[in-house]
Write a protein that binds this ligand. Structure first.
Ligand SMILES: Cc1ncc(COP(=O)(O)O)c(C=O)c1O
Length: 358
């Protein structure tokens, strides 16, 4: 089977993981060791003011939204995303307000955001779908006009850029996921990049909230001023992440080469665009006969996905929102393999069969 997603694992990751296992220091809520090293190196890579690692992209979103006090307030986001994006709004007592996507990029449509802004709106939460950056200039100018905060969901966008700057340095908080299928893969991991002038204070606050509220620690003595979660990253993940970070640009450039071929050779008009600034966590096409198309590809041992069932169509979120493009995309989207382990003959086969069955 040609897998839809697959991490690139080399001898360096194996050695690094082995060293951590043998050290017997596998995790610490203090966030020292490899975790701190990863945090610093990733901060330099994206050139942000501050970073804090956590144990998933979900934890990153939950903590980042917690900075903004969104209780009984509204957060604007796309419905075409992984459900964790919206769940984080609910977890923090906020109300998700779903806005339709742009049919060319499948990112939240900045032209439609303004209509959804109300007196209760506090945050805009754009998602860089598949790693293709949202139009941050437009979103930032809306945020400025209405005095809103921006938290980016960059779960797909490790290594992507916007206006020649790596994603992670543009907004107050930017949330990454290092889930094993992501461009920078760990057993489990996430990170929040923090860019406002209070970044040191925010980092301190989040550092307590990611470890049960523990703060003011001196050796074994500490205080708890508010409650927190068990959200800290473990050493094994950080050690693997450090190797993955070294390879990230190279692996992303392999993804770009694959996608360039898809963009040029797949005959469908409805497909993800080619951009040299995109990380290509995933590559999507829209087809009319989705079930049949996927079944045929599966028969030829090509795994595909359906990212995503729109969040507003889940039982918990059922809303009357009119999101025509999102709903159409939700019914016709198919994600096809574009990871760096694909061989030239896999790519040839994928292109040939996508063209044959779509
Ligand atoms: C857009 C988006 N946001 C958030 C997440 C959550 O990340 P994690 O799985 O690391 O919790 C994901 C992961 O799949 C995602 O795709």
């Amino acid at each position: 089977m040609i897998k839809l997603f697959e991490p690139d694992v080399g001898i360096e990751e194996i050695k690094s993981a082995q060293n951590v296992l043998q050290s017997k220091l596998w995790a610490s809520g203090t966030g020292t060791g490899k975790v701190l090293e990863f945090e610093n190196k990733f901060r330099k890579y994206i050139n942000s003011k501050n970073c804090i690692t956590v144990n998933s992209g979900t934890a990153a979103l939950n903590l980042a939204l917690g900075i903004c006090d969104i209780k009984n307030k509204e957060v604007i986001l796309p419905s075409l995303t992984f459900v964790a994006t919206a769940n984080a709004v609910i977890m923090n007592g906020g109300k998700p307000v779903f806005v339709d996507v742009d049919p060319d990029t499948l990112n939240i449509d900045p032209e439609k955001i303004e209509n959804s802004i109300s007196k209760k709106t506090k945050v805009i939460l754009p998602v860089h779908f598949g790693g293709l950056s949202c139009d941050l200039n437009k979103i930032h100018s809306l945020a400025k006009k209405y005095n809103l905060k921006i938290i980016e969901d960059a779960a797909h966008a490790a290594g992507s850029s916007y206006k020649n700057k790596k994603i992670g340095s543009h907004s107050m908080a930017v949330c990454f996921s290092f889930h094993p299928i992501k461009n920078l893969a760990m057993p489990t991991g996430g990170l929040i990049s923090i860019n406002n002038k209070n970044h040191k204070k925010i980092r301190e606050l989040l550092s307590a909230r990611r470890w049960c509220g523990i703060t003011d620690r001196k050796e074994t003595i500490y205080d708890v001023k508010e409650i927190g979660n068990n959200y800290y990253m473990n050493e094994l993940s950080a050690a693997i992440g450090l190797i993955q970070l070294k390879k990230l640009d190279k692996l992303n450039s392999i993804r770009k080469k694959i996608v360039k071929r898809y963009y040029q050779e797949i005959k469908l008009d409805t497909k993800m665009q080619y951009s040299k600034n995109c990380s290509y966590h995933l590559y999507w096409v829209l087809v009319k006969n989705r079930n049949e198309f996927r079944k045929k590809l599966s028969k030829y041992k090509i795994e595909t996905g359906t990212h995503y069932k729109p969040v507003h169509t889940f039982s918990f979120y059922k809303s009357k929102a009119q999101l025509k493009i999102t709903e159409n995309v939700g019914k016709s989207i198919v994600t096809i393999p574009c990871h760096p382990n694909l061989k030239e003959y896999d790519i040839d086969k994928i292109i040939r069969l996508v063209n044959k069955f779509s």
